[in-house]
Design a protein around this ligand. Structure first.
Ligand SMILES: [Mg+2]
Length: 361
């Protein structure tokens, strides 16, 4: 099979507000082949990643023979990775590569007439996946049947050290109030998680863990910068019994190998559309498995993560960012599963089982 066109676009849906993070600079990637079948993938990195796909990667892929199977896609991944090393390795180039990789997997599924999870070895026994709701609206999450929730807690911006100390105290009390309320509303079995989005100090993380101990918080996420691996490693035992989670800003199995060497995290959260696609995500999961660490994909409730989870990779838990509902029912990917009583069902159509909404192209 020969590749006849490669094209990335930055869809026009990025102005649509949702939850506490309004957009993720996501790009859509289309790969056409001489079979007449095309595949669609999803990547990150916005306009910069679009340039990488439509320039360098397109030059490398046009006219190329590709085997639409795991080994063939992995070979393509390895070659593109190596080709972009001078400007790549992390960030935009790998977010662009993620889009290519996912488009190739979608293509493989469409050619085989099978859902991607089946190509990955899943037999449908894990096709209904527990979802956790990311967002601050607890009653909405409870009413929708979620039994796992995550909120973002970030101290307000300050200019002086004394203001900063006050802001940290406020953040701790906001977190305790949220966790207490969540535990009361959702019961003793519910999973509660807190996301710092890199806004805490190690000392604040320890204070949070102590203050939240009674509420039994499953994990504290993205506490420091992803580069502060030694500080993260030192925090792990100090926030017990909560786990230290992170990895949405880490890239490829090479990056996660560094995290592993530092012993920086208890629970890894690669983003399938950023970390290098399915090919990289599977290598990351293999590494985590060898180390006995859990993996819960960042935004794993989107189809790219759901197919991986359905194949048996990572924990049986998928993140769903609960929007404030400003999209007018419009989504970029038609056929994306909606949560039903706190669970997501993986689409079983060919490829990832979704079609792009051309209104946004
Ligand atoms: Mg996060």
């Amino acid at each position: 099979m020969r590749i006849t066109e490669v094209h990335a676009v930055y869809p026009k849906n990025h102005h649509v507000g949702s939850s506490w993070r309004t957009h993720f600079w996501q790009i859509a990637v289309r790969i056409d082949t001489d079979t007449g079948v095309c595949g669609w993938g999803y990547g990150g990195g916005g306009e910069g990643a679009v340039r990488v796909v439509n320039g360098h990667f397109r030059d490398l892929l046009l006219g190329r023979e590709v085997e639409a199977d795991q080994e063939g896609i992995a070979r393509t991944w390895d070659e593109l990775y190596k080709a972009c090393v001078p400007y790549g390795r992390r960030g935009i180039a790998i977010m662009a590569l993620s889009g290519i990789d996912l488009a190739l997997w979608d293509l493989a599924g469409r050619l085989a007439g099978k859902p991607v999870f089946e190509l990955l070895g899943g037999g449908g026994e894990r096709n209904r996946i527990r979802a956790y709701a990311t967002g601050s609206q607890l009653s909405r999450s409870r009413d929708s049947g979620f039994t796992a929730v995550k909120t973002s807690i970030q101290p307000r911006a300050t200019t002086t050290p004394s203001e900063a100390a006050d802001a940290e105290k406020e953040a701790v009390s906001v977190a305790v109030e949220w966790a207490t309320q969540a535990r009361q509303m959702l019961g003793p079995q519910a999973l509660l998680m807190v996301d710092a989005y890199m806004s805490w100090t190690p000392a604040l993380a320890v204070s949070m863990a102590q203050a939240l101990r009674e509420s039994d918080v499953y994990w504290l996420e993205d506490v420091l910068l992803p580069d502060e691996l030694e500080d993260l490693a030192a925090l792990r035992t100090r926030i017990r019994p909560s786990l230290l989670a992170g990895g949405e800003h880490e890239f490829t199995h090479y990056g996660f190998a560094e995290v592993a060497r530092a012993g920086a995290l208890d629970l890894w959260q690669p983003d399938v559309t950023w970390c290098g696609g399915l090919t990289a995500a599977r290598r990351i999961v293999d590494l985590a498995q060898r180390l006995g660490l859990a993996v819960v994909f960042h935004r794993g409730g989107e189809v790219w993560g759901l197919h991986l989870i359905a194949s048996g990779a990572g924990e049986d838990l998928a993140e769903l960012v609960i929007g404030s509902g400003g999209t007018g029912g419009q989504t970029l990917w038609r056929g994306e599963p909606q949560a039903d009583n706190g669970y997501l069902t993986v689409p079983d159509g060919p490829g990832f089982g979704v079609e792009i909404n051309t209104d946004f192209l």
